[in-house]
Design a protein around this ligand. Structure first.
Ligand code: PLP
Length: 398
């Protein structure tokens, strides 16, 4: 018999995964080239050659006992020193190895930090729409996820609404930019306004409110968009990232947390995060992959591949009359549903055109759908006539 808590997680388990499974089933029936699966953020761009070269170099040149062994729970010191140096070069910071903790992807990092800071009943705010897994991550540590509104047109956080949601029980705010599911990159003035609200709340309530910046898409931006380094705007920021998207290594489960030295209670948080990682059973991030990412500093997956899909989709869907947010980052398109209940549109797209999308309510925002364009260019091209027919069916005006 499974636990009551797990029963509720299973019941609410991700519609994204369910759609992905449906895509596989449909591909077996109709043929993979006749199903246009835009449901999952699984990169279709291969990892850069440097990753393979690094793996070969490590397993042939480095000491296998060291490469495959346990190490400090935070990860190999030389790896963290190397990554800290890269951050310092890019953002003018002064991080050292001890300010980084290697994690089991971005998800592992989020879980470590939430376990580290949450007491039962503590509130964690996030901005809608948001990565649906935050719900289960926060409730797993008996926290309460509180939804703050985004601007309904830009989908940037709304500092006014954030101000209303902050209260003495608030422990953290999770921000995600470039954003899944909107593709929006939060601009610096908006983030400064958010930081002001958080600072005022810290003063008013007399305890730290941590800003957890979940940024696995930092390296995937278009048209020169800038992603501000949040610890420079708000002192109590913890950054969590991964190489799942930037190096196309989602299955390898490698990422890191930055716990800056001037963060409130930084040493205590770092020490507790190490213990949290052990309790969660991660113990340490995958050892081989730690060494790989250190060797691949500065490398990234082919963003031009995604950009080609982005441009084609934006042009075609605009011509069809769809309303959507033009993405500046990540590989998602956030499309307004032509029906008030977006589940009807998702169903029609699937059943009539074999186009798989994800309902906005999975991200806490009904009336919209998410399209993940980290697929082959041909899949995008071949899906366009289906979108055109859907636009006609719903009488969207050009
Ligand atoms: N955060 C966001 C916003 C994501 O979209 C994802 C994955 O899609 C994650 C975290 C988890 O990333 P990882 O696979 O590195 O754990």
């Amino acid at each position: 018999m499974i636990s009551r808590k797990m029963q509720s997680y299973v019941a609410g388990s991700s519609a994204i995964r369910a759609m992905f499974e449906e895509g596989r089933r449909m591909a077996a029936v109709y043929g993979p080239d006749k199903v246009y699966d835009f449901s999952l953020g699984n990169p279709n761009v291969p990892a850069p050659d440097a990753v393979r070269e690094a793996i070969v170099g490590i397993v042939t040149q480095e000491d296998p006992v060291l490469v495959h062994g346990y190490m400090n729970n935070s990860g190999y010191e030389d790896v963290r020193e190397r990554l800290a140096g890269e951050l310092n070069r890019r953002y003018g910071t002064d991080y050292r190895a001890e300010h980084l903790m290697m994690t089991v992807g971005a998800a592992g990092g989020l879980n470590v930090i939430l376990k580290t800071i949450l007491d039962p009943g503590d509130e964690v705010i996030t901005v809608t729409p948001y990565f649906g897994e935050y719900r289960s991550y926060v409730s797993n540590y008996d926290g309460v996820l509180v939804e703050a509104a985004a601007d309904p047109v830009t989908f940037f956080p709304d500092p006014e609404d954030l101000g209303r949601k902050l209260n003495p029980r608030t422990k953290a705010l999770i921000l995600n930019s470039p954003n899944n599911p909107t593709g929006v990159v939060y601009p610096e003035p908006v983030l400064r306004a958010v930081a002001e609200r958080l600072e005022a709340a810290e003063r008013a309530f007399g305890h730290p409110i941590y800003l957890i910046s979940d940024e696995p898409y930092r390296e995937i931006v278009y048209d020169g968009a800038q992603v501000p380094w949040l610890p420079l705007l708000y002192r109590d920021t913890i950054v969590g990232t991964s190489y799942s998207k930037s190096l196309s290594l989602p299955g390898e489960r490698i990422g890191y947390l930055v716990i800056p030295p001037d963060l409130a209670d930084a040493e205590e948080v770092t020490a507790a995060a190490n213990v949290a990682g052990r309790i969660l059973g991660f113990v340490n991030a995958p050892s081989l992959m730690q060494r790989v990412v250190a060797r691949c500093c500065g490398e990234k997956a082919d963003v031009a591949f995604y950009d080609r899909n982005r441009k084609l989709l934006c042009d075609a869907l605009a011509a069809d009359g769809f309303t959507f947010v033009k993405p500046e980052g990540a590989f998602y398109l956030w499309i307004q549903s032509p029906t008030a209940d977006e589940r009807t549109f998702v169903k029609d797209a699937k059943e009539e055109e074999r186009i798989l999308l994800v309902q906005g309510r999975s991200f806490g925002c009904s009336g919209w759908v998410r399209l993940a364009y980290c697929v082959s260019h041909e899949t995008v091209q071949n899906a366009l006539p289906g979108f055109e027919r859907l636009a006609k069916k719903y009488e969207l005006s050009r």
